[in-house]
Structures are given as structure tokens and as C-alpha cells.
Design a protein around this ligand. Structure first.
Ligand SMILES: [Zn+2]
Length: 69
């Protein structure tokens, strides 16, 4: 599934990790929550300051969550 990164202003809009409205801290909490789930296998996302994500072309603006079936 694809999930948008979180913003500092809580607006229902997309955002890239390079944007000033991007919230690394809130997105980090989301990543940690997803990775804690036993069905989550990997998360493709290009903010490599967040531990546990994998850099992948085209993933500046969404977290691509791969899950076991
Ligand atoms: Zn994707």
C-alpha cells in the first residue's frame, strides 16, 4: 500500500520529504509503528534519515509498504 508522509500543518495534501511542510518526526513514528507490525516486510521511502526505510526511485512523496500475504 502507499501512504503519504506526514506534514507539520496536518493538511490533507501530499508532500515530499524535501518540502518544508514535511514532518520527519511524525513520519518516523508512523514508520516505527508500521515496522512493528508482523506483516510488514519493508518500506520504500527516500528519507534515509529515518531508520528502517529503503531508498527507491520515485519514492520521495510516499511510503510504499510491502506486506506478507
Ligand atoms: Zn511506490
Amino acid at each position: 500500500m502507499d501512504v503519504r508522509p506526514l506534514r507539520t500543518d496536518a493538511k490533507m495534501l501530499g508532500v515530499t520529504f524535501q518540502n518544508s511542510s514535511y514532518s520527519r518526526e511524525n513520519t518516523r513514528v508512523l514508520v516505527e509503528s508500521l515496522l512493528a507490525h508482523r506483516n510488514v516486510r519493508s518500506i520504500l521511502f527516500n528519507d534515509t534519515q529515518i531508520k528502517g526505510v529503503t531508498h527507491w526511485a520515485g519514492h520521495d512523496n510516499h511510503l510504499h509498504v510491502n506486506m506478507h500475504q
